[in-house]
Design a protein. Structure first.
Length: 116
């Protein structure tokens, strides 16, 4: 999947084109984000800010499912981001399943929850 230069605070909302406001995102995620900076947490139905990779730590907001194919939100920001950016769309989940079978995913087994 190609990567886009993405504005964390969209230009449409006054976000500047400066390094601190730019990030690489896959084309699909960038398209799903659009001009949003927040989204609804599916658990609480409350608005939550989207994950900001420049200021927030991934592991605080997300974890991998036990099978390694899905990203699960740990916080309102994580859940809202996973939902809004469609981080578990059918296309990427199938790709991750192949990567898991090949022993190439998830990137770090410490990022997955322990089996119960």
């Amino acid at each position: 999947m190609p990567l886009d230069i993405e504005h964390l605070v969209p230009e449409a909302l006054g976000g500047p084109t400066v390094r601190e406001n730019l990030w690489l995102a896959c084309t699909r995620c960038n398209d799903f984000k659009g001009d949003r900076t927040d989204a609804t947490d599916p658990l609480t139905s409350q608005l939550a800010p989207l994950f900001n990779p420049r200021t927030q730590n991934w592991i605080e907001h997300f974890t991998w499912s036990l099978d390694g194919a899905r990203i699960e939100g740990r916080t309102p920001t994580g859940r809202a981001s996973a939902e809004a950016l469609r981080l578990n769309n059918d296309f990427i989940v199938v790709a991750r399943q192949f990567w898991v079978e090949a022993g190439r995913w998830p990137p770090d087994s410490d990022l997955r929850p322990a089996p119960e």
